[in-house]
Design a protein around this ligand. Structure first.
Ligand code: MSP
Length: 636
């Protein structure tokens, strides 16, 4: 069986609204996921949110909210941004979900029983924003070496993970697997770090100091260190422990994409943790650089944090995605500035690609009666063909080596080459001179080049490339794979279907300033932006089910386990209706169930679907069919 290609983003802290750094890793992962899907691979792309720990608890306190209410609100801001950025993730995990907590607890139990976790007293300097302890010698001028904030001396009993036990094995693994940490200079950084003696890792916080976390299963007075909790998402989401079949198809991760600041947690803590559990290590941990704003680091206090929403609303998600991928090279920092953004978009997407699309469509309209012309070859068209057909292989290799900006450059140079080809062959002249055959040959070659380019750019600019291909009546969903990139894919005689202009020129003031108008941070509207299209609604499989059996769940008096029948199929769902319905009232009732909801574990019980009910304040009322109808009937 072929392994699923598995990639992850870090889990984002829900203590603030998302910024360009979050957007970058998520777009990067989405682009890589889309490329691998286009290569014909099955992909599992995971993202999510990191919701426990002091950082979140104190943000919630500041906003006068409970931690979970705070998380519920902020998670929507991330999801809204991913929707706006056209991110197609396969799963979104929140560390407050039951399926995740269950796995974290199982692992803690296992490592405690194995002797890899022990209790001891510890004195150290604690940094709240970084959620970690530092030793005296780590501090720089008495402050946190990572974020430069004030640290506090703390002495307390805690639980420790015997990380030092895995140090040698980890070093050996890094040496024997050159692709494990990328880029190379980050690998060297970690190798140097691992040459010094490694301390064991404090993996608990006393509940009295921090209650917002997962309780240790062997000592309820402590919660789990937020990093060990969060890192575990990479195995809990694909089903480790509760769905081992799925887990074995997906794990190990092919790429964990992270920023350079979270290198140690991912390249030291995480692999040691996995070795202790006895699970294969991820194939590659890839650390990208940081986006800088103007002269330096972005920070709220400097007021130079880039808000992605402003750019997306003003220039469209594709321009923003393109810029992020084009501007940052392998592992290096990059600078975001209005001017660089505008110049890049105006020169590459407006002048080069957008122009190629509109002039090709116009020429077919004017010189070929709005139909794809016949292919006639000559030396010039053969030359262009040769240059076009080699690009998919080059792009594929560059993407596999994570040299994305070079892959884009390769495609854009083909765009420029095709524009030059148009200038050189001058179809308008051929038309005037009535050289019909030659004119058709040129237009056919240009159209094919444009088809190649649009498919190759699709993972970067999914929306605009889809529109570009619609000009030729090509459905990217059916013909977007790299396998369809054979010359001659366009059928002569088919009518074209002219679309709107792809990228309008970004107008600037004389001094280069852009007018951002009314757009502001308030542009993130968590509820209103999450609109469901009719196509999305059609994905829901809602059916009538009949309740056959009702079982109370121990320790959760509101939850009931329902055995239901949907047509011929039997299933189990868990529903929070125990306070409103007695088992006797429920048996035999026909209810409405969303059947294709991802299965979840609720209080240790599998729930395969969700019943639909109306709520009003405290009241819950089940939806039932108005007249009798068989179980399994479809609701549409
Ligand atoms: N919650 C942890 C990750 C846990 S993963 C199991 C975390 N969250 S974060 O929200 O603070 O950061 C998430 C990612 O954003 C990190 O990879 C970080 O490097 C990245 N960025 C934060 N600011 C950034 C830039 N200015 N530029 C690029 N990425 C940056 O850390």
């Amino acid at each position: 069986m072929k392994k699923v290609f598995y990639i992850t983003t870090p889990l984002y802290y829900v203590n603030d609204i998302p910024h360009i750094g979050h957007a970058y890793t998520t777009v990067l992962s989405d682009v890589i996921a889309r490329y691998h899907r286009a290569f014909g691979e099955e992909v599992f792309f995971l993202t999510g949110t990191d919701e426990h720990g002091e950082k979140i608890a104190s943000s919630a306190r500041e906003s006068g909210s409970s931690p979970i209410k705070h998380c519920n609100k902020y998670v929507l801001k991330f999801k809204a941004l991913w929707k706006k950025l056209n991110i197609e993730y396969d799963d979104f995990i929140r560390t407050t979900e039951e399926r995740h907590e269950l796995v974290v607890k199982e692992i803690l139990k296992k490592l405690y029983e194995k002797g890899d976790i022990y209790k001891s007293t510890y004195t150290g300097w604690y940094c709240t924003p970084c959620e970690r302890f530092w030793t005296n010698k780590d501090l720089i001028e008495g402050r946190c070496p990572s974020c430069n904030k004030t640290v506090y001396k703390i002495k307390e009993s805690n639980y420790f993970f015997k990380m030092s036990r895995y140090q040698e094995r980890l070093l050996k693994h890094i040496k024997e697997n050159p692709g494990f940490i990328k880029p190379e200079f980050r690998k060297n950084e970690i190798t140097e770090f691992l040459k010094k003696p490694l301390n064991d890792l404090c993996i608990s916080r006393p509940k009295s100091r921090l209650s917002w976390g997962i309780p240790l299963p062997f000592d309820e007075d402590y919660t789990c260190y937020v990093w060990m909790d969060a890192l575990t998402n990479y195995i809990s989401a694909p089903g480790y422990i509760y769905n081992n079949k799925k887990f074995n198809e997906i794990w190990p991760a092919d790429y964990h994409f992270i920023g350079k600041d979270i290198l140690t947690t991912h390249c030291v803590y995480w692999p040691s943790w996995l070795m202790a559990i006895g699970i294969e290590l991820p194939r590659t941990i890839f650390a990208h650089g940081w986006w800088m704003s103007g002269e330096g680091k972005m920070s709220k206090s400097k007021g130079n944090v880039i808000d992605p929403i402003i750019y997306i609303e003003k220039f469209g998600e594709d321009a923003f995605r393109y810029f992020l991928m084009r501007e940052m090279s392998l592992g290096q920092d990059a600078t975001f500035s209005h001017n660089i953004f505008v110049n890049r978009i105006n020169s590459e997407l407006v002048n080069d690609y957008g122009n190629l699309v509109s002039r090709t469509v116009k020429m077919i309209k004017d010189f070929s009666g709005g139909k794809i012309p016949c292919e006639h070859t000559n030396q010039k068209t053969n030359q262009l063909r040769k240059e076009v057909i080699k690009v998919p292989r080059i792009v594929k290799e560059l993407v596999k080596e994570m040299r994305l900006n070079e892959a884009i450059e390769e495609v854009m140079s083909l765009v420029r080459r095709t524009n030059r080809f148009i200038e050189e062959t001058a179809p308008w002249k051929l038309n005037k001179e009535n050289k019909k055959k030659e004119l058709e040959g040129v237009l056919y070659a240009v159209s094919e080049a444009l088809r190649f380019v649009s498919i190759l750019l699709h993972p970067i600019i999914p929306n605009k490339s889809t529109i570009a291909l619609k000009n030729f009546n090509i459905d990217i969903k059916k013909r977007g794979s790299f396998n369809s990139l054979d010359w001659g894919g366009l059928t002569s005689g088919t009518e074209i279907n002219p679309q709107e202009m792809l990228f309008p020129r970004i107008k600037t003031h004389l001094d280069g300033r852009i007018d951002f108008g009314e757009l502001s941070r308030a542009a993130i509207r968590p509820y209103s932006v999450v609109k469901v299209s009719f196509d999305d609604f059609k994905k829901l499989d809602i059916k009538i089910a009949e309740i056959k059996e009702v079982i109370n769940i121990k320790g959760a008096n509101k939850l009931l386990k329902l055995k239901i029948v949907i047509g011929k199929e039997e299933r189990q769902i868990v529903a929070g209706i125990g306070a409103y319905y007695s088992p006797r009232e429920l048996i035999g009732k026909k209810i409405v169930v969303l059947t294709n909801l991802e299965p979840r574990i609720v209080k240790g019980e599998l729930s395969e679907g969700m019943l639909l009910a109306a709520t009003e304040g405290d009241k819950i009322v089940l939806l039932t069919p108005d007249k009798d109808i068989s179980s399994g009937s479809i609701i549409s």
